[in-house]
Ligand binder design. Structure first.
Ligand code: DGY
Length: 328
């Protein structure tokens, strides 16, 4: 019997490719070429499944051109690259890679918060540029983290991980806003208090964004929201580009309407708004919040497990539109 044909759309660990090859006829992009949507579509034609990452757009247009496609397994917890409605309508299963990256991503959220509040990269650039000639009492003075009010927008698993780090590790007062309030037991565990969005914006000394991107969350933080924040506040975005209006943020940072920002995700990445590159009070990283080798390996393994289970007639581990399985 011939093996199902799958496409691995981006370069991934060789051991994952080797494992997939035991089950599938694999076409992979190990040279990690950047494919346009048209190129991705061309390669998906005739495939039964796909191993994708967050940059690989799967929508109605792609699906119409690839009627043989049955499953797309994302090596990411976020799945705004998938048009889930179109996939469901086409009978294509979508899976993502949750949980395995939670603690690593929460660690990074905290690292970015600390680097931003304590001006770590800004001061390093100063030192590397040979500008450090003497110590002074207020040189690169930043804001405190311990005891400060930590605001979290989006209280899923990663948000909860950040809350626990802040409350238990740094004695922070944690407030959060989310579409739905956490169970009381989880609020106790995270030492977090639910507040409205406006109170969150006004009260947070450090505001961390961890909500998923959707058209409804586009520009959740724009000029009006930035204006509500304390002038001493920091803003951290480890969620998705597009949740923050990057032009409005760059203007707010330039005018010191908020103190600083730490950004791991950007509108239109890998492009970065040019004004963000020129303001000093922002820490910029290239979408690396989940980037440790064990975690990236766990994410890739989960995506592979989903493909193997699906084609082996078993229940995939993390389906996003499980109704598709009932139809089959
Ligand atoms: C995710 O898993 O969604 C991270 O952003 C990595 O892409």
């Amino acid at each position: 019997m011939s093996k199902p044909k799958i496409l691995v759309a981006r370069a991934v660990f060789p051991e994952i490719i080797a494992r997939l090859e035991q089950h599938f006829e694999v076409e992979s992009n190990q040279s990690d070429e950047t494919w346009s949507k048209a190129q991705l579509t061309e390669r998906l034609k005739g495939k039964d499944g796909a191993f994708t990452t967050g940059g690989d757009r799967i929508d109605g247009e792609v699906l119409a051109a690839c009627p043989g496609l049955k499953i797309c397994a994302n090596m990411a917890v976020g799945y705004n690259n998938f048009d889930i409605d179109a996939m469901t309508a086409a009978g294509v299963l979508a899976t993502n890679a949750p949980d395995v990256l939670t603690e690593t991503t929460a660690d990074f959220g905290f690292a970015l918060l600390m680097a931003t509040a304590r001006r770590v990269t800004e001061s390093e650039h100063y030192l590397r540029a040979g500008k450090w000639s003497k110590w002074s009492y207020d040189m690169f003075a930043g804001s405190d983290i311990h005891g400060a009010t930590l605001g979290i927008l989006g209280m899923g698993r990663i948000g909860q991980g950040i809350a626990k780090r802040g409350a238990h590790g740094f004695g922070m007062k944690v407030i959060y806003h989310n579409r739905s309030r956490l169970d009381a037991s989880l609020e106790v565990e995270c030492k977090a208090r639910y507040v409205g969005k406006e109170e969150l914006l006004k009260a947070a000394d450090h505001l961390v964004l961890v909500l998923p991107y959707s058209p409804a969350s586009h520009h959740t933080i724009g000029a009006a929201e930035l204006a509500m924040m304390k002038p001493t506040a920091t803003l951290i975005n480890i969620a998705r580009g597009g949740i923050v209006d990057d032009a409005a943020l760059a203007a707010a940072l330039k005018d010191k309407r908020i103190s600083a920002a730490g950004l791991d995700v950007f509108e239109g990445e890998p492009k970065v708004h040019p004004d963000l590159l020129t303001v000093p009070n922002v820490v910029l990283t290239p979408h690396i919040a989940s980037a440790t080798i064990p975690t990236r390996l766990a994410m890739a393994s989960l995506a592979a497990d989903n493909l193997i289970a699906f084609f082996g007639g078993k229940q995939p581990l993390t389906p996003l539109n499980p109704g598709v399985l009932a139809i089959k």
